[in-house]
Design a protein around this ligand. Structure first.
Ligand SMILES: NC(=O)c1ccc[n+]([C@@H]2O[C@H](COP(=O)([O-])OP(=O)(O)OC[C@H]3O[C@@H](n4cnc5c(N)ncnc54)[C@H](OP(=O)(O)O)[C@@H]3O)[C@@H](O)[C@H]2O)c1
Length: 268
């Protein structure tokens, strides 16, 4: 069975010196997993920040995601090799198909097989998917086998709990990674979260991250601020009560933040 770190550093939207500083701060504070993607346009800066740090490659867990333009078998491996060059490494720990992009011309079975080929070549230790619904995850399983799919990285926050998909993934033994766990900051002003935070003398972000961790999901929150990066990490030591968990469960409102036309599937 594969293993995905419970806590990582997100880098979406972060560019140039901002991402360099975020990764440098994160590594100094103890983050060892970094989540990027070809489309984020920051792999080279992340590679630069890692190279400038004292952290050894084998202590790190690097994730990248193949962009939809690179799903054809003759493009997928070269695009991943380009990501490795930018990240200044020989392999990444995890490579995900970024979006299912139905109708982009490359059949799912073809790009999943190409991704499995990249793993066989040693370019990535594990492979997985992102933004896949139940039906597409089933197709990915049919293409490469469920043991080959380390995770499905999906939007998941207290406002979008994705219960059907999560139940399916857990039945299949596929790990859940929650992205935008903080709903890009939107859940942090929620009064229910605020009251729980006050009771535990914690921050709202710590409460939300602890909630996701307690449900068994990996999280990859991003921040441009060193103090937020530091306090978010401490979510790992916060223990929420059953009542806290039930109150957060009740916040579900199908609050999806991300659903790009042409890339997103029909959500469950
Ligand atoms: N697979 C996909 O399609 C996909 C899509 C979206 C995202 N992702 C991944 O998931 C990661 C996380 O998502 P995200 O970065 O969009 O959103 P997020 O982690 O839910 O939220 C980040 C926002 O929350 C703020 N924040 C973080 N910690 C805070 C704290 N302790 N107190 C107050 N505000 C805080 C940050 O502002 P400050 O900078 O001011 O702290 C930033 O504005 C991304 O970076 C990316 O790696 C993947």
């Amino acid at each position: 069975m594969t293993k995905i770190p419970a806590f990582g550093l997100g880098t979406f939207r972060l560019q140039g010196q901002v991402v360099i500083d975020s990764v440098r701060n994160g590594l100094e504070l103890g983050y060892r997993a970094i989540d990027t993607a070809q489309i984020y346009g920051n792999e080279a800066e992340i590679g630069e920040a890692i190279a400038a740090s004292a952290v050894r490659r084998d202590e790190l867990f690097l994730t990248t995601k193949i962009w939809v333009d690179n799903y054809a078998p003759d493009k997928l491996v070269p695009s991943l090799e380009e990501s490795l060059r930018k990240l200044r490494t020989d392999y990444v720990d995890l490579t995900l198909i970024h979006w299912p992009a139905p109708g982009n011309g490359v059949p799912l079975e073809t790009f999943m097989t190409a991704l499995a080929g990249a793993k066989e070549k040693g370019l990535t230790r594990q492979i997985g998917v992102s933004n896949f619904n139940i039906a597409l995850t089933r197709q990915a399983i049919a293409a490469v086998g469920k043991d080959a799919i380390a995770t499905n990285q999906v939007e998941l926050s207290p406002y979008l709990q994705n219960r059907e998909l999560v139940a399916f993934l857990q039945r299949e033994g596929i790990h859940v990674t929650s992205y935008m766990t903080l709903a890009y900051g939107k859940v942090l002003g929620d009064p229910v979260i605020g009251a729980i935070a006050q009771r535990h003398q914690a921050t709202p972000a710590q409460v939300v991250l602890a909630w996701a961790l307690q449900l068994g999901y990996s999280v990859i929150p991003s921040s441009t601020k060193r103090e937020n990066l530091a306090s978010n990490l401490l979510a790992q030591t916060l223990r929420l009560s059953e009542d806290d968990m039930a109150q957060i469960a009740a916040l579900e409102r199908n609050g999806r933040e991300v659903s790009p036309d042409g890339l997103a599937p029909q959500w469950d």
